[in-house]
Structure formats: C-alpha cells, structure tokens
Design a protein around this ligand. Structure first.
Ligand SMILES: [Zn+2]
Length: 243
C-alpha cells in the first residue's frame, strides 16, 4: 500500500507529463495537417467548382448578371443597348406593377435572349401575406409577362430573399437568389460598384443589381467589359443554377 501510494503520484505525474507531451505533439501535427488541408480544400474546391461548371470541357468562367425591380422606362433600354453591343445575356426579375405601358421593353428583352423572371407585383415580402394574396402577387405578375412574351415564367426572385415552398401555389416556381449583392440601390456610385464587384467576383456568381439607376447601367457595362477581358462569359441565371 505504502509503495503503491508513493508510486502512484509519480506514475500520475509521469502520465500527466506524457499526456501533455502527446497533446503538444498531436496539436502540432493536427495544426500542420489543418494548414495543408486548408490549402487542399481551397485548391480542391476550385477544381470541383470548375469540374461542375465544366461538364463538357468548357474553359470559360461564367457569371450571371441579374436585374430586379424593372423594367424602368428609360434605364432598362440603355442597359439592353449596352448588353446587346457586348453580346451579353442577363436576367430580369420584373415587378408586375411596372409592366403596363412598358410592354415593348419586355418584348425586346425576350427577343434578345434575356431570361425574364418574376419579382412579385408590388415588391412584397410574400411570407408576410396570407397565402392567397402571396399567390396572387406571383401569379398576376407571371400572367402579365406571359401575355407579352408567350412564354411561361419559371423563375422568381423573392423580394428580400423571403420565400417558402408553399408559395409555388399551383405552378412550379424556381426561386433564384444571389451570391454577390452590389448594393447598387444604396451606393449609387458607378466607380464604387465596379471596384467592389471586380474585387469580390468569383466564377459562377449570381450578381444582384437593379436597372432603375443610371449608375447601375454604367457600372454593369463597365463590369462586363472588364470581366469579358478576363475571360468571363455572362449567361442567364437558369444556366448557372440548373447545372
Ligand atoms: Zn427588389
């Protein structure tokens, strides 16, 4: 007993030292592993991303420009002119209340290959409404667009990103969110918007803008010029989210 009680503390001390040493060694080991893994994850995810985006050996990096709240009676056409000059297809999420009287602009969007989606009728948070009213917001907007383009509307950008599955109502609607928010409605400064997008942009980004401002039209076209130079291709949002 005596020997044992004397040896015990030593044994415990030894064990403690051993454990401490082991923890330090393991800690250092895992820290290094993490550093390596961090690099591998970054490289790995990049290669996974390009493999996903590149099922047929496509080398171009792709992006989607999306414009909400339109059409605007003046700026949307300026934007369409600039996009046409550059061979760029974009996505427009329209407000039902902005459609009447601007049918020609919407027809042009459709004819020039842009994707047209739904942004509700009165720019509402659909989750804050009774289901019936929320459905009417979506359905009335889709009907108004279809009456002009002859095409079903399949995509919705819910204002404030607020959505739930029930809101598909009777028709299947695919919500399209965004990965890069330019805050153009707040910034209203083309230089700043361009600078921030160019520094943050990544392949496969869905960029959120609003075609209701002169500064957004300027910024969007400058962003296109700069990124086309870097090998980016601009596609409609469905092409990015369906792959
Ligand atoms: Zn909006």
């Amino acid at each position: 007993m005596n020997r044992r009680s004397r040896r015990n503390p030593e044994w415990k001390r030894g064990l403690r030292k051993g454990l401490l040493g082991l923890m330090l060694v393991l800690g250092a080991f895992f820290w290094r592993k993490n550093q390596e893994a961090g690099q591998q994850i970054r490289t790995g995810s990049e290669s996974v991303r390009s493999a996903e985006a590149d099922p047929v050996g496509r080398e171009t990096k792709r992006l989607a420009l999306t414009f909400d709240d339109g059409p605007h009676p003046y700026y949307t056409e300026q934007l369409l002119d600039g996009l046409a000059d550059r061979g760029v297809k974009a996505t427009f999420f329209l407000l039902g209340e902005n459609i009447e009287g601007r049918e020609d602009i919407i027809r042009r969007m459709h004819e020039e290959g842009h994707l047209i989606g739904n942004h509700t009728f009165y720019h509402v948070d659909v989750n804050s409404l009774p289901l019936k009213e929320a459905c009417a917001e979506i359905q009335d907007t889709s009907s108004a667009i279809t009456a002009i383009t002859g095409q079903q509307v399949e995509y919705v950008r819910p204002p404030y990103g607020s959505w739930n599955k029930e809101l598909e109502c009777e028709v299947l609607m695919i919500p399209v969110f965004w990965t890069l928010d330019t805050l153009d409605w707040k910034v209203k400064n083309a230089d700043q918007i361009v600078r921030e997008v160019l520094s943050d942009v990544e392949e496969n980004d869905v960029i959120l803008m609003h075609d209701s401002y002169r500064t957004t039209v300027d910024a969007a076209l400058r962003i296109v010029d700069a990124l086309q130079e870097k090998g980016y291709e601009f596609v409609t949002a469905d092409e990015l989210i369906l792959e």
